[in-house]
Write a protein that binds this ligand. Structure first.
Ligand code: FO1
Length: 314
C-alpha cells in the first residue's frame, strides 16, 4: 500500500501518474483541508475536489482546478444579487459543494463525503481528508490575518507574508484511517505540494508527524521547487516568510528528519550533495509533469526510489 500526502494541483497530477503504474486501490491519499472555506453558505474543499476531479478525469486541466467545460451561470446570478464572486465556482463544481454541505448538515463527516464522491465518480484511490475537524490556513499580512483563499485568490498573493497559522489545529484529529494507513504503508510519498501550507498543514495535525516518524515505510518526498521557483502556486513568499530558502535544498531543510529521500529535478542536480549532507538521499529526476508520459515517468522514478531507499530518518 502506498500513502501519499497531498495538497492540490501538484499532488493531483502526481497521483494521475501513480495510478498508471500501480493499482489505484492500493493508494491512499491524505489530503489537505486547511484551504477549505465557506462560499455562499456552501462548504468548499478545494484540495479534496482537485484530487477527486483530476483522478475522475473531469478536471479543467488548464487551470488545474474546477470541472472541465463548466459554466458560471449560477455565479453570474449570484453577482447580480450582490454576492462576492471572487472565488470562481462553476455550475457543475457547485453541485459538489451543495451536496457536501447538505450531507455535512445531515451529520456526515468530511471523510464520508469525500469517500462517497470519489466512489460516485469511479475513483479507485482512497481519499482521506487529513481531519474531519475544521482547520483554516491563515496568512498574516500587513492588512491582517487572511484566510488562505483570500490571500491567494481574492488578493492574488500580493501582500507581504508575515506569518502562517493553522486555526483549529490543536483540536484537530487525524480522520479515521489516516494513522492506520501510515502504520501499514509500504511506502509513504510526500507529493510535490507546498511544504509550508498543504503538506505543512497535514503534518501539523496532532499525531500525523509522529505516525510518519514511527512508520516502517521509507518516506520519499518530491520537491515542488524547480530551479529556485515553485512549479505552481505561492510557495515562494510563504517559504521565504518562514525563513526557508526557495530551492530544493530549502525543501530538504523543511523535511529534515522526516523523509529518507527527496526527488529533485535535473535542473537542481548541483544541490544533491548539500541535500545528502542533511542525511537525505537525493534522487535526480525529471519532475515537471507536462503530460501523461511525464506523470507516469515521475511516478515510476519515485517508486523505484522508495524501493531502494533505506530508512534513515531519525
Ligand atoms: N483558484 C484561483 O486562483 N481562482 C479561483 O477562482 C479558484 C476557484 C476555485 C474553485 C474551486 C476549487 O476547488 C478551487 C479553486 N481554485 C481557484 C483553486 C484553489 O484556490 C487553490 O488552487 C487551492 O486551494 C490550492 O491548493
Amino acid at each position: 500500500m502506498i500513502v501519499v500526502l497531498a495538497g492540490g494541483v501538484g499532488a493531483a497530477r502526481f497521483l494521475e501518474g501513480l495510478v498508471q503504474v500501480v493499482h489505484p486501490e492500493t493508494i491512499t491519499a491524505i489530503v489537505n483541508t486547511g484551504d477549505d472555506m465557506m462560499f455562499h453558505g456552501l462548504h468548499v474543499s478545494p484540495d479534496v475536489d482537485i484530487v477527486t476531479y483530476t483522478l475522475a478525469g473531469i478536471v479543467d486541466e488548464s487551470q488545474g482546478w474546477g470541472v472541465r467545460d463548466d459554466t458560471i451561470a449560477t455565479l453570474e446570478m449570484l453577482a447580480t444579487l450582490g454576492a462576492e464572486t471572487w472565488f470562481r465556482l462553476g455550475d457543475r463544481d457547485m453541485a459538489f459543494h451543495i451536496r457536501r454541505t447538505e450531507l455535512l448538515r445531515a451529520g456526515w463527516t468530511l471523510s464520508q463525503v469525500a469517500d462517497s464522491f470519489r466512489r460516485a465518480l469511479g475513483v479507485g484511490v482512497r481519499l482521506l481528508p487529513m481531519s474531519n475537524e475544521p482547520v483554516a490556513t491563515e496568512i498574516n499580512t500587513p492588512v491582517g490575518w487572511l484566510h488562505f483563499q483570500q490571500y491567494l485568490v481574492q488578493r492574488r498573493a500580493q501582500d507581504a507574508v508575515l506569518g502562517v497559522r493553522f486555526v483549529g489545529i490543536e483540536a484537530a484529529r487525524p480522520s479515521p484511517g489516516v494513522l492506520e494507513a501510515l502504520q501499514a504503508a509500504e511506502y509513504i510519498v510526500i507529493a510535490p505540494s507546498n511544504p509550508v501550507v498543504s503538506v505543512g498543514t497535514i503534518l501539523a495535525v496532532p499525531g500525523i508527524r509522529d505516525a510518519i516518524m514511527a512508520a516502517r515505510a521509507p518516506v520519499v518526498a518530491v520537491s515542488p521547487i524547480v530551479a529556485g521557483a515553485p512549479i505552481k502556486g505561492p510557495a515562494a513568499p510563504l517559504m521565504r516568510a518562514m525563513g526557508i530558502e526557495v530551492s530544493a535544498r530549502g525543501v530538504a531543510h523543511c523535511y529534515r528528519g522526516l523523509v529518507d529521500a527527496l526527488v529533485i529535478d535535473r535542473a537542481d542536480a548541483t544541490l544533491a550533495e548539500d541535500i545528502r549532507d542533511l542525511g537525505i538521499t537525493a534522487i535526480v529526476a525529471d519532475t515537471i509533469m507536462r503530460g501523461p508520459v511525464e506523470k507516469r515517468r515521475l511516478a515510476t522514478e519515485v517508486l523505484a526510489a522508495a524501493k531502494t531507499t533505506l530508512r534513515q530518518r531519525s
